[in-house]
Design a protein around this ligand. Structure first.
Ligand code: KG4
Ligand code: ZN
Length: 360
């Protein structure tokens, strides 16, 4: 509550705003992608993303290096986004920038850049919750989720199950109690010595593996709540590799083992089963007909296949973001910001970055 008082996220602006805001410039710098997008009435005109490769050799994001790379890239990326959209700074009617959750030094670059841009042009500014951006990335397709819907957001930092009854209102049903699903993919990939980020690599290797080869645990699958846990699964993979002397860096690393594909497929299957089981139960209990899955892990091919099968069987509709909007991007931030702006909301230029911001 204190944080809200010190740092009110939204204010209602009655004088400055014209009736409708159409052209929004979005900015995303919460982690290791510098991204700027231009949207016109919710349609993407440009979405430029610079992914920082500097972190690969460390097997995870190094916060200081992320901030420095954002500082270097934010202006060229904005210019590229304006150019691709065929607009100039004069055409931008509002600026939407992510203010949390994320790495504070990384957030500050995009947030302060966005506030300065809005102030210098005399246009409204709105701070956007990164996770709200992920939710609304599923609205960047022509076919959009219908309210009410259940939304599963699965990223490197979050695993949330939400009930969304109306626009911009969230009821949290469950969340991870330890690692996020994407984090589990990244940590298991590190144990396997197959690179960072782990999700896309495991996804690819799993295509040639047997998902039923190894029975890894499905935590909380029988529990009567909607929370998740992935740290037990991660530890199981660790013990499996250690017992067979297959850990990355050991004498016979798994990266050269014929078992690699089966391990990837079996681990991935455990994650997908757990996510699907809880989502399915939430859909039934809330009597909804629409489900959205968003965040980096929603790019996973097995997860998409499993959710599509479930949807067909249960007669519901499932929505995913277009592949390029699964991982972090500014288009999703601009879309969420556009919705809020057109409700009459703006943020004060005193808005601070909030590293642990929640949606509900
Ligand atoms: O949404 P995102 O770009 O960043 C956060 O907000 O955290 O998600 C990044 C996460 C990483 O953990 C990455 O390994 C995972 O998404 N990811 C995937 C796939 N593509 C990205 N996980 C599973 N399968 C994929 N194809
Ligand atoms: Zn994200």
């Amino acid at each position: 509550m204190k944080q809200f008082e010190d740092n009110p996220p939204f204010q209602y602006l009655t004088i400055l705003m014209k009736n409708n805001i159409d052209i929004v410039l979005g900015i995303e710098t919460s982690c290791d992608e510098t991204s700027v997008a231009v949207l016109d009435k919710g349609t993407v005109r440009s979405n430029i993303i610079s992914s920082q490769v500097v972190h690969k050799e460390y097997g995870g994001v190094v916060p200081e290096l992320a901030s420095r790379a954002h500082m270097k890239m934010i202006v060229p990326i904005m210019n590229a986004a304006l150019e691709q959209a065929g607009v100039s700074q004069d055409d931008i009617e509002a600026v939407a920038a992510v203010y949390g959750p994320g790495l504070v030094g990384a957030l500050l670059v995009g947030l302060n850049f966005g506030k300065s841009l809005a102030w210098s042009r005399g246009i409204p500014f709105i701070g956007v919750n990164h996770m709200e951006g992920h939710i609304y990335s599923t609205f960047l397709e022509d076919e959009k989720p219908e309210y009410p819907f259940i939304c599963l957001t699965v990223s490197g930092g979050h695993t949330d199950l939400l009930y969304i009854k109306e626009p911009l209102h969230y009821e949290r049903l469950g969340r991870t109690r330890d690692d996020a699903a994407g984090e589990a993919f990244d940590k298991v990939a590190k144990m396997l010595g197959i690179g960072y980020p782990g999700g896309p690599v495991i996804d690819k290797l799993a295509l040639d593996g047997n998902p039923g080869a190894i029975q890894f645990p499905r935590s909380y699958s029988q529990a009567d709540h909607y929370d998740f846990s992935f740290s037990g699964l991660k530890t199981s993979v660790l013990y499996y590799l250690r017992d067979r002397k297959l850990l990355a860096g050991s004498g016979s690393p798994v990266a050269q083992s014929p078992e690699l594909n089966d391990i990837c497929a079996s681990f991935q299957e455990a994650v997908v089963d757990t996510l699907m089981e809880k989502t399915r139960r939430a859909v039934t209990q809330h009597g909804v007909k629409h489900v959205a899955v968003a965040g980096g892990v929603s790019a996973n091919s097995r997860l998409r296949e499993a959710f599509r099968k479930m949807a067909a069987m249960d007669n519901i509709t499932v929505y995913f973001p277009p592949p390029e909007y699964c991982t972090d991007n500014a288009a999703m931030a601009a879309y969420a910001g556009w919705l809020r702006l057109n409700k009459g909301e703006t943020s004060p230029l005193s808005l601070a970055a909030v590293p642990n911001l929640n949606v509900a």
